[in-house]
Design a protein around this ligand. Structure first.
Ligand code: GLA
Length: 388
């Protein structure tokens, strides 16, 4: 779709700004397993997907940043003296500019048209695609020589200090380091990754969007992170070598049970087990044991729901329905920060239609609203496209 739109958007840019832009494509991401482990220095298993945000960008030799958002049908203009925090798309972009400046670079003004098809609030990291893609474009234009890892950290900085979500690094990293037909396991402590081929020609990665968007998701996410930090602080009193939940075991968590709140105990326990599940899942994927892999996905879901308490009735229902098709569906679980968004399912290709039909029927019957379905492919991370 993006290739077909290519010409149209280029001409639009040219007629609007009178010059040729560069074009950058930034994908959203899925996460196969490893949820809420990134900010605990654990493991995650994401992949970049073929839902993108595109950017057309050219320097304008002024100090102004002029944006046209195709999706929101709005335009906006600001200078570096007007950067501020908030919850709208421009605040993410302002955070990226500030993050680059904080690294000692001076960012000149640009004209930019952007848009895309990563659904917002669906747990597919449209915001990370926004930050990673824009940062990448600025880096190309001004030759700051920032690495992909620098850009991931800058995107995370924008989320933390301009939007207020104290996220880990998974989303930005996935958008920047994705590879066609591969997922990867990322060690969020060393920030090194290993690609894991996901070549199952008979399997479809089908996302079902609950279309539930929790208004308090940011504060609930930050509260989970604080619970983890509280657990670590308690454990550090007897063992100063513990830096994060990555350094702890189920028995360490058991030992603190009567000393911390039920909430801290349960949340920390979830993370320790989820880190182990993710490592186990990587072994199963390498062995092409999709049944075993999918079983862990289901386990993760119910732990997200009952222990980490970031699910919702809509996601639970979808996963419940998926588990009623053991021969067709290998695994299913809610994906991303939580409180709605998409569930990710691994479904036999020849059963996708029948399964989707059943899911829709049950979902509409229960909640009187339609879910959305996205069949996705794993694709290359942020990159620029040259236009002749
Ligand atoms: C959001 C955050 C990520 C990660 C997930 C949960 O997507 O941005 O850093 O913590 O939630 O796994």
């Amino acid at each position: 779709m993006i290739m077909k739109l290519d010409q149209v958007i280029f001409s639009l840019f040219k007629s609007k700004f009178g010059k040729d832009p560069i074009m950058v494509i930034a994908p959203g991401r899925i996460n196969l397993i490893g949820e809420h482990t990134d900010y605990n220095e654990g493991f995650v298993m994401p992949a970049a997907v073929d839902k993108h945000i595109f950017f057309l960008v050219a320097p304008n030799q002024t100090d102004r940043f002029n944006f046209i958002s195709m999706n929101y049908n709005t335009s906006l203009s600001f200078t570096t003296s007007e950067l501020q925090a908030g919850g709208e798309w421009q605040h993410y972009l302002m955070g990226v500019i500030d993050g680059i400046q904080k690294r000692g670079h001076s960012v000149g003004g640009v004209d930019c048209i952007f848009g895309g098809n990563v659904p917002g609030g669906a747990g597919m990291s449209s915001s990370a695609a926004l930050c990673s893609g824009f940062g990448f474009a600025l880096n190309e234009i001004f030759d700051f020589k920032l690495t992909r890892l620098d850009l991931a950290k800058i995107g995370q900085y924008a989320e933390h200090y301009f939007v207020g979500l104290m996220c880990g690094i998974m989303d930005q990293y996935a958008s920047l380091f994705g590879k066609k037909d591969e997922a990867f396991i990322l060690d969020c402590r060393s920030l090194r990754h290993e690609y894991l081929p996901f070549h199952f020609p008979d399997i479809e990665i089908l996302l079902v969007d609950t279309k539930v968007k929790h208004t308090l998701a940011t504060s609930a996410y930050n509260a989970r992170r604080s619970s983890c930090e509280e657990g670590v602080a308690w454990l550090q009193k007897s063992n100063p070598d513990i830096r994060s939940l990555r350094d702890t075991s189920v028995s360490d968590i058991e030992a603190m049970r009567s000393h911390v709140s039920e909430d801290v105990f349960t949340k920390c326990g979830f993370v320790v087990k989820e880190i182990a599940r993710t490592q186990q899942a990587a072994l199963l994927l390498k062995a092409e044991d999709l049944k075993g892999f999918g079983k862990l996905m289901f386990e993760t879901h119910w732990a997200l729901s009952n222990e980490y308490e970031v699910s919702c009735v809509e996601s639970d229902l979808l996963v419940e329905v998926a588990s009623q098709y053991p021969n067709e569906v290998f695994g299913a679980r809610q994906m991303g920060g939580g409180f709605g968004g998409c569930i990710i399912t691994l479904v036999r290709k020849d059963a996708v239609e029948q399964f989707s039909h059943k899911v829709r029927e049950k979902y509409v019957g229960t909640f009187k609203k339609e879910p959305d379905f996205y069949s996705i492919n794993l694709c290359e991370g942020v990159h620029s496209i040259h236009h002749d």
